[in-house]
Design a protein around this ligand. Structure first.
Ligand code: THR
Ligand code: THR
Lengths: 165, 165
């Protein structure tokens, strides 16, 4: 059967960094991520929503082990660009569903979000591509989030549920 | 050679919808996307950054042809949930790079953002997955954005550069 979702996964060893009030002009993202790349920190999710009044917030996740180096880079860039501030959240987990047949993504997304809502799990951040939907939730709810999503999409075996510690 | 980026693409027939000040509690995302799915609108990118003071903004793109039905759904949900408001932007384009070897994504992201910055192209929204980085730019800069990214990653032929009108 051409199930829209072929697997799901949970990543628990990431930290979330948010930089607020960045100048919304060309060069900002380059400066931020090149400085982080120079310190060999591996960035996973990057999320920027549309800015307002010339300012934008950018959030991203890194491996928790790379957090100290990342925060040094972020502090420099936030100061140089005059950002409002930055903060990090260490107890997050990313739950994702993947599937090549997700063309009608709004149906799949709605279903995933329904399961998290019914389990009382708040979604902290969302990012998608054509074949994947990822939601950031608080870490202690990660296993529960994976369980309800796994059950909803009737997946007997998740795609290597990389529950990285 | 194991190039981190194997292709890039441009999508020009999307509209961006942003809903601001949504209640940041379980059920909000479900309500929004299930209502949109009921109207058979195809959602592409979904972006939510972390909220503040119990409110969060959610942006997403839909095919421009699905915009009227989408805005009806959004208006209902924004009213029912007491969102601050919503707006849409019709002249956007999504430029993406794809590559299985993107594990060190911060280096690839920094390079893509550098090219857009050097061309004076502002990034309106960012979303990523393990194998894809997408940036929303204003539509009249879409072709230029594709060109500079394509050149930077030395791609002789983009992956079906689906420049959909
Ligand atoms: C906020 C940031 O993305 C900025 N708009 C840039 O282009 O770099
Ligand atoms: C803002 C929205 O994502 C909300 N946190 C939810 O879980 O649905």
């Amino acid at each position: 059967a051409n199930r829209p979702v072929s697997g799901c996964a949970l990543i628990k060893n990431e930290s979330l960094v948010t930089v607020t009030g960045l100048p919304d002009r060309p060069g900002t993202s380059w400066k931020l991520f090149s400085r982080i790349a120079e310190r060999n920190a591996t960035v996973d999710m990057i999320v920027q929503n549309v800015g307002e009044q010339g300012k934008a917030d950018i959030s991203f996740t890194v491996m928790s082990k790379d957090l100290p180096a990342t925060l040094e880079a972020v502090e420099e860039v936030a100061r140089e660009l005059g950002a409002s501030g930055f903060y990090h959240e260490d107890t997050v987990a990313k739950v994702s569903v993947v599937g090549l047949g997700m063309a009608q993504q709004s149906g799949v997304a709605a279903k995933m979000f329904r399961e998290l809502a019914n389990a009382g799990i708040n979604i902290l951040m969302i990012t998608t591509s054509e074949i994947k939907i990822s939601a950031l939730v608080s870490r202690e709810l990660g296993e529960e989030a994976l369980r309800v999503v796994h059950r909803a999409f009737e997946l007997d075996r998740p795609v290597e549920p990389s529950v990285e510690e």
